[in-house]
Ligand binder design. Structure first.
Ligand code: DX5
Ligand code: ZN
Length: 217
């Protein structure tokens, strides 16, 4: 499988010190940042959007920003997110009626493309698009909130993708911690999002190192 990367989600971090929270993650060994955008419509919660990314990016110019777009109209924010400095635009397949068009739009805006699947969405829905994107995100909780319980049955989706696409970046997101990372590793995930387990830890660097050890085996 491709190289393993750890991307903390700062959703549950101290957002009044967003920049410092991000720096802390990078200094703790994070490979990228997973930024959760919620619109109160696709998911029952609100976070932040491109204006925040635009302020953050100039201070963290070399950091890979993986935008997890939990929004109902992902077409709508491609241009703004690109201008704000997003590296990768991960939309949900449930949120668009024209996936190929959206993929093209994101590429033309100069970003990498990810497609996310909610827990009830079969992995088959995404298979036709895998070869034209950079990453598939398998949600391991219902999107909307940090700190939920890891859904182990989602690992069968990861396995199916890994068997078919040995080189694909496969991301898992939701409830991933030192207690659940083994399942992700065995199934073949290589991009590991971890929110509360990392940001709430007294020693985030130790938790990131722990996740990395298991996933690299
Ligand atoms: C959930 C978000 C996740 C989540 C991760 O809707 O997409 O990124 O915040 O947080 P934990 O690891 O606490 O589940
Ligand atoms: Zn996320």
């Amino acid at each position: 499988k491709p190289s393993c990367k750890i991307g903390p989600s700062i959703l549950n971090a101290d957002l009044s010190n967003l920049y410092e929270s991000c720096v802390k993650m990078i200094d703790s060994g994070a490979d990228y940042l997973h930024l959760d955008v919620m619109d109160g419509h696709f998911v029952p919660n609100l976070t932040f959007g491109h204006p925040v990314v635009k302020c953050l990016k100039p201070k963290l110019p070399d950091v890979f920003f993986d935008m997890h777009m939990m929004v109902s109209q992902p077409e709508k924010w491609v241009e703004e997110m690109s201008n704000a400095g997003a590296t990768q635009y991960t939309f949900h397949i449930e949120a668009t009626s024209d996936t190929p068009k959206l993929i093209r739009q994101i590429r033309e805006a100069g970003m990498k493309v990810g497609i996310g699947l909610k827990p009830n969405t079969p992995v088959e829905t995404v298979l036709p698009f895998v070869s034209s994107v950079d990453m598939i995100l398998i949600m391991t909780v219902e999107p909307g909130f940090g700190g939920q319980k890891f859904m182990q049955p989602m690992m069968s989706k990861v396995k199916i993708l890994r068997d078919k696409f040995p080189e694909l970046d496969i991301e898992v997101d939701g409830g991933v911690s030192p207690a659940t990372i083994q399942h992700c590793a065995e199934a073949g995930a290589n991009m590991i999002v971890s929110g509360s387990a990392v940001v709430n830890a007294s020693d985030p660097a130790a938790v990131i190192a722990q996740l990395r050890n298991v996933i690299n085996k």
